[in-house]
Design a protein around this ligand. Structure first.
Ligand code: HEC
Ligand code: HEC
Ligand code: HEC
Length: 458
């Protein structure tokens, strides 16, 4: 029997498909060889190594992801949202049955810097190994000593991921890893940076601190567009994390850190606030609460030095030129025709005052504020709808909160208010529409974002 041209074409496509599939499978399953890490020098004092590792774990914020709300530290089980379903972090305490007690130093290194599990399977990049790839050998060795000898073993079985088949098949993740995770290919180069402080800051931000996982935009295939300053998208403002937009950390004057001093950055990382800005939303609150507030002064200064060294991205369209027009309008009560101004007086004025500056250290200032002036107004809308709570830190233990107004403001009113705040006191940024507000309201759900926040707070 002869085949019709259509059948021939189908047969050819199937044959090509099978070859491509077999090729992809073979590529994915070819084991990755990694440079073996040298063991710790026998002369090094164990207690000192464990203590050094405890500090590395703080700079790398391992506890934030590997601890469930209300759970034991590092015992895993925290849900991590991803576009393909929830995944759960694993138990990384040294329990031999359910944790990583059987990991050798080399196996540990392969998980941290390469994303390869002890059994050879690839880890989802929810574990930030593309950033950790830059970590120095000495830090990985210290980290290993800490997890083996400084962390108490907890017997707690891992939960399976809630990712639906076929996306739950792991081998294609190996293709992603081989394409996009640097592994041994791009070790951190101290000599690229002038001066010890700048180099230390670059190392902390790119490597253990993995700031880019939230603050750098991603490609359609989900890898970060740049892993260091060689790409101008590095830290230029990331995707939505639990409904909050991670800010631009580059030198842009209006929607970046261009107008912040080094001290402003240090204060923010230590206390969640500075003389005129506050951190809003659970994702960055968590970073402050678990990681940056515990870093030493030298390291915070190093991070600030590095961030201030990054040039502007230049993508933002908002402008700012301080003006007291709005303050005069609000004080004179000439707001009859301006619904945005009325809504501000009714809802916001008590705390943020008519000049938008209030008593700066208690309530953040709204003029020239990067969170207010970000190109995308999502964070501002979410803040007005659902509120936010400053993290309580050892230096500033009170946790001040801004209440949510979603229960009393309609989509229309919220949009008017957002547009007013983004165009007052010298702020100039595009307005928001009722549709923008409706989208955010839907995303944060009926509970006003509590569930989303819970996922990132514990
Ligand atoms: C942003 C969240 C996040 C951070 C930060 C993070 N991890 Fe993970 N880690 C995960 C997730 C999620 C998994 C499981 C991934 C999977 O199932 O493929 C994981 C897996 C692991 C594994 C593999 C464990 C196993 O089950 O065999 C180890 C080891 C590990 N992490 C150690 C660490 C250490 C040490 C740190 C700090 C240096 C750290 N992680 C920081 C999210 C994170
Ligand atoms: C889990 C995601 C996440 C990680 C990791 C993260 N951030 Fe953030 N960060 C955010 C989000 C979201 C915001 C926006 C909050 C806001 O607008 O106040 C933010 C805000 C900030 C701000 C305030 C910016 C502003 O304009 O108000 C600074 C400074 C900052 N982050 C620095 C860092 C540094 C340094 C690191 C690495 C040590 C880091 N972040 C890691 C999510 C993250
Ligand atoms: C009860 C006092 C209070 C009221 C009323 C209030 N706020 Fe706030 N606002 C705060 C506090 C406290 C913070 C810091 C919260 C945080 O960092 O989590 C804040 C933060 C902000 C920020 C973020 C500033 C930054 O640096 O990122 C903006 C913008 C803002 N408020 C706007 C408004 C608007 C608009 C209204 C009216 C709908 C309003 N606030 C009503 C207390 C208040």
């Amino acid at each position: 029997m002869t085949m019709t041209p259509t059948k021939k074409a189908i047969a050819a496509v199937v044959a090509i498909g099978a070859v491509v599939f077999a090729g992809a499978l073979a590529y994915a399953l070819t084991p990755t060889a990694t440079r073996a890490i040298a063991p710790a020098d026998a002369a090094v004092d164990r207690a000192q190594l464990v203590e050094a590792g405890r500090y590395v774990a703080i700079t790398a914020d391992c506890v934030a992801c590997h601890t469930a709300p209300g759970g034991k530290s590092f015992a895993g089980g925290r849900a991590i949202q991803s576009p393909i379903g929830n995944m759960f972090s694993t138990n990384i305490t040294p329990d031999k049955a359910t944790g990583i007690g059987n990991y050798t130093l080399d196996a540990f290194d392969r998980a941290i810097r390469h994303g390869i599990r002890q059994d050879g399977a690839t880890l989802y990049p929810a574990m930030p190994y593309p950033s950790y790839a830059k970590m120095r050998d000495q830090d990985v060795r210290a980290l290993y000593a800490y997890f083996m000898h400084g962390v108490a073993p907890v017997h707690q079985a891992n939960r399976g991921n809630a990712i639906a088949w076929p996306l739950s098949i792991r081998w294609p993740v190996a293709i992603w890893r081989k394409q996009f995770a640097p592994g041994d290919a791009a070790p951190f180069q101290v000599s690229k940076y002038q001066g010890e402080l700048l180099a230390r800051g670059a190392y902390l931000v790119q490597g253990p601190g993995h700031c880019g996982t939230c603050h750098t935009p991603r490609a359609a295939t989900q890898q970060e567009l740049a892993l260091d300053e060689s790409g101008k998208e590095f830290l230029a403002g990331g995707p939505l994390i639990d409904g909050w937009r991670a800010a631009n950390l580059r030198g842009d004057q209006v929607d970046g850190l261009g107008n912040w001093t080094e001290q402003d950055i240090v204060d923010t990382l230590r206390t969640g606030r500075n003389r005129s800005n506050a951190v809003v939303g659970a994702p960055m609150n968590d970073v402050v609460a678990h990681s940056t507030q515990w870093m030493n002064d030298g390291d915070l200064k190093a991070i600030a030095t590095y961030l201030k060294w990054l040039p502007a991205h230049g993508g933002g369209k908002a402008t700012f030129a301080a003006s007291d027009d709005t303050a005069r309008l609000l004080k004179a009560g000439n707001d009859r025709d301006n619904r945005g101004a009325q809504l501000y007086l009714d809802n916001c004025n008590a705390c943020h005052r008519s000049d938008g500056k209030s008593n700066a250290i208690t309530f953040p200032a709204l003029p020239g504020n990067p969170t207010v002036l970000a190109d995308d107004p999502t964070s501002l809308i979410r803040l007005i709808l659902a509120g936010s709570r400053l993290p309580s830190t050892q230096e500033r233990p009170s946790d001040l909160a801004m209440p949510g107004f979603g229960w009393r403001l309609s989509d229309d009113e919220t949009a008017e208010l957002v547009t007013f705040v983004r165009n007052s006191w010298g702020n100039h940024a595009r307005g928001a529409s009722a549709a923008d507000v409706a989208r955010v309201r839907k995303a944060i759900g009926k509970d006003g974002g509590k569930e989303l926040d819970q996922a990132s707070t514990h």
